[in-house]
Ligand binder design. Sequence first.
Ligand code: GDP
Length: 712
Amino acid sequence: MAGANLTIALAGNPNSGKTSLFNALTGARQHVGNYPGVTVEKKWGAAKFQGGEVTVVDLPGTYSLTAYSPEELVARDYLVQEKPDVVVHVVDAANLERNLYLAVQFLELGVPLVIALNMMDVAEARGLRIDEQKLGQLLGAPMVPTVARTGKGVQELLATAARVAAGRQEWRPLELSYGHDVDHALTELTANLEAGGRDWQPLGPRWVGLKLLENDSEIKKQVSRDPVLAAETEPLRQRLWDHIKNTMDDDPEGIIADHRYGFISGLYRQAVTETRQQRLELSDRIDRVLTNRLLGPAFLLAILYGVYEFVFWASEAPVGWFEQFFGWLGGAAEAVIPEGLFQSLIVSGVIDGVGGVLGFAPLIAFMFFAIAIMEDTGYMARVAYILDRLLRHFGLHGNSVIAMIVSGGISGGCAVPGVMATRTLKDPKARLATILTVPLMNCGAKLPVYALLIGAFFASQQANMLFALTLISWGLALLAARVLRWTLLKGETAPFVMELPPYRLPTLKGLLIHTWERTWQYVKKAGTVILGVSVIMWALMTFPGLPQERAAQWESRISAAQSQEAKDGLQHQMAQDAVRYSAAGRMGHALTYVTAPLGFDWRTNVALVGGFAAKEVVVATMGTAYSLGEVDPEESQSLGERLAKDSAWNPLMAFALMIFVMVYAPCFVTVVMIRRETGGWPWALFAMGYTTVLAYVLALLVYQGGRLLGLG
Ligand code: GDP
């Protein structure tokens, strides 16, 4: 930008050396006035640079960019209205963490930013070694070390500012994660603020939403001037604000600030070395152990194992009660409803189908409770931090961890928000690799399948099995990502900062609300989507009925039978024949040509086809299939007991099936989401194809390998 005119806004905390830098830049060519309408002093001056004229505007010293004080508002309004070419933020390098808080807010706003690392002499004397190159890269704003008092670094600062100003005109806001609750609230608010094609340039709707949650009086005023927004956004804002306050027992402002500091803390750890022992905060002291290179992963595995032990232990009794209840309900329905299609629909389609899924609600609830504890204490951020180091070797990104955990990295989660969570990944190839591998995580829909099969075939090894499945799913996801990054998605991985917000003591109320919200999602899904698909699967397994002559043959054999026992046996065989004859039965049988090497029978095939709609359907469909061809009509057994008794099943096949369910095609909604997030069908179809092929190969290896070892 040689020779061109340039406006620089100088910003920073009070006492960072801003005035000294302003003087060093402009010398005697200064003017003083007032910002319009307020008593805040406005200073500006001129500097010569490469033959051009540079105007330097000295913004008032501030700590934040939320309208808590006139200075903050003036600084913000100036930036938004005047749009200077570049903002130079003066930070006190000796108090870097505290000073970078403002930098994060400039980045959230999206202004072109250069950071003057001032007081470098003091920082060095205190034994701080700052890798400004790395810090600048991670933060996304170049850093120039300066000593304003002596003028050191000032020319380089001007050159960098000119370079940044020439490089871009658009404001590009940094989108941080502020934790589950605030992120969720922001998504809702953003959608609301964007309604009617409203354009919040240059601020961006997410930023406006953020300020609304921070209770920014100025932005609230602005929003309330628009009658439509005033009627909709304000109540929404209030509801979301209250919700966060209720669950987290803290104002959203405080939580947002925590996450900004968390971001800085992660940054600081990567780029600054303290050569002298400094006072450690409590969080830091805990992190010395929990995020230690060796101890951290060991603790993580131990905690995970403990969580699984706890979940199975705590849910054993209530899951039993639910099973008994649905068993009783089925019996009662049979007694009340006259025999026929309608009875079959209610008993086999609805109660034995959906009931099987609902029966695992307590297990799901305890899992979500454990996850809520990990999230609300801040430990989940440490999990991400520890795994981040591992993921880099697989060509993934720090935020891939978050997406994977959201998708069910701990067990229980959902790939739909998981795929959406990859939006914060700026590196397109790492993002795509993440999108394509998060469906391998053990989402909440796979859990009932695991719980069913583990309960039926591995009852003495429950926690061990889930632990193994978790490790397998991570192993597969990482390998798949590595292969993708070596082949279709080649490229470098950009550096990234993991947030480390301080630990918090969770409240029981908050934990319960989080647990309830997610468990309710599970129950609601069982009562809607799963119910619908169950009814469809029931119909497919019921129609078309047996042809008349075949039915007549059965009937005559039944009436010819001597004892009641023989009659019952034939009745039952007829029912099974009917299921086999049904549309689904024929499809399931046809598929055995493909799945026989995996050990799957026709019922499993039908269940797996249904499972593409949603993986809970695997459980529901098996419930219906076994209910329709009931093996022992006298007793109302749970599905797990039925499977354990069925000679077509054995532990090896059950394990092969769990691996298959873990890996094969993501459910329909996830596929649609992948299509949306990757901008078309090719990647969505690829995700379905590669996972199904992989699932087949793995289940084949498990089943045939196991048989070779004599396990079948
Ligand atoms: P402002 O409040 O941000 O405008 O800060 P000032 O420019 O008034 O500086 C505050 C104090 O820090 C003054 O005593 C300056 O002389 C001193 N100061 C400014 N920059 C530096 C620097 O780079 N190194 C050292 N050692 N002191 C500085």
